[in-house]
Design a protein around this ligand. Sequence first.
Ligand SMILES: Cc1cc2nc3c(=O)[nH]c(=O)nc-3n(C[C@H](O)[C@H](O)[C@H](O)COP(=O)(O)OP(=O)(O)OC[C@H]3O[C@@H](n4cnc5c(N)ncnc54)[C@H](O)[C@@H]3O)c2cc1C
Ligand code: SF4
Length: 496
Amino acid sequence: MADPRGFMTTPREEWPRRPVGERVRDWNEVYVPGALLPLVNRQAGRCMDCGIPFCHDACPLGNLIPDWNDLVARDDWRTASDRLHATNNFPEFTGRLCPAPCEAGCVLAINQPAVTIKNVECAIADRAWEEGFVPPRPPDRLSGRTVAVIGSGPAGLAAAQQLTRAGHTVAVYERDDRIGGLMRYGIPEFKMEKRHLERRLEQMRAEGTKFRTSTEAGRDVDAGHLRARFDALVIATGATAWRELDVPGRALTGVHQAMEYLPLANRVREGDLEVSPLSAAGKHVVIVGGGDTGADCLGTAVREGAASVTQLDIYARPGAERDEDAEPWPTYPKLYRLSAAHEEARELRTAPVADADARLFAASTLRFTGDAAGHVRSLHLVAVDARRRPLPGTGRSLPADLVLLALGFSGPDRENGLIKQLGLELEPRGTLARDAGFATNVPGVFAAGDAARGQSLIVWAIAEGRAVAAAVDRYLTHGPTRLPAPIGPYDRPMTA
Ligand SMILES: Cc1cc2nc3c(=O)[nH]c(=O)nc-3n(C[C@H](O)[C@H](O)[C@H](O)COP(=O)(O)OP(=O)(O)OC[C@H]3O[C@@H](n4cnc5c(N)ncnc54)[C@H](O)[C@@H]3O)c2cc1C
Ligand code: SF4
């Protein structure tokens, strides 16, 4: 422990965000550039180096958090980077995008603000790139074995990098025209600039991973052909089947799924389109769904110049403090959290509703109504109790020219040709079935990430990618593997 009194003398301080008025005029990350590094040594020094670091276990990757906190506090960035990359292929992604269940499990968080673990992780990752600590690591020799990874989200990329480094020849097939999965076309630039993704992909190409874009396995290339051509397949196709809202008026124009809206905004940023065909500019926008996808729609609509934006959440507003009986430390509690997008909505007063940060809690959508041309103009809702029963006399309407449905995802697209051509079995809830070694019912075919776990998080996707790589390596070599496996598929509950 670099500073035994750090947690008593240094208050928690987070990477500051840029002023709202400035950041909503561009699409860059919300944080003040260059403001993280000067903070981070002292923040890392708040770590108590506990005998039993619960943060390890709370992180799905098992990141060695106290080790790198100590190294950062001592200014040994190179070793900190080595320790961090030993458990996480892409810490610059998690350092920006992870909801940090580790911080909920930090021992300091029992009665004080947790160590800023996520910020320290991000600082190590960024500095490692700046200082050249993460050159490509191509394998010393090739195994002669081949693997096709289907899907290039964080699960597919982590699996591909691990297997390439182990000496196997890996090709990643992606149906989109660019690599990255939801990190490319779902998550907006203001949460993570795509240059971080490009830099990692360059590293992976230099290590020998091959990428085949605009190629849908099961449509553009037959899955049986892939199975015959490669020694193993990893299916990491994500959970893209979105949930619907079956209420009157759903068919009106202007009612769209979040994942129809967000990719278009991301394509504008990539330079593919001048303006999004679904742009929120000048429109009254209502987002149905209180999660992170909804918050991403909110931040995007604000930047596009919406006339108003409201986000509806069917759940009651959570409390600001952990409920120790229902969700005791070190579990990840459901709390009222103010994301960057909500902070923007609050300051700009985007919503025509009383709740100042644009969210209406305990609100259930009844129907949409439109104009003579069949375009949505209003959303009608009612307040509900904890069992989602309507409360009499609470009906109201909101102006709505653009409605975005952000109700989550049920699993992989069942119509995906890949599933049918390979004859993959599904779990009753719709995800790909697999055993404790990540193997599907088809020999040599493995499954990882949201496609098998269900809608989850980037940190889980990377953990699954690392673990499936270890399973595939064992399968290919008929022996032990040197690749680490942070998780088994069913060994933990979904924490965050
Ligand atoms: C809008 C949004 C915001 C999010 N924000 C966060 C966040 O801030 N933090 C966080 O931790 N998590 C976030 N998540 C969740 C996170 O993005 C996912 O859990 C994660 O990306 C899952 O990774 P994956 O590799 O399993 O799948 P995905 O990232 O979904 O990638 C799957 C890829 O497979 C491709 N594919 C599918 N079928 C085929 C086929 N037949 N052939 C070839 N390619 C195919 C798809 O095109 C896609 O590129 C967010 C999700 C959404 C929707
Ligand atoms: S990956 Fe997420 S849970 Fe793990 S240390 Fe980083 S912020 Fe914490």
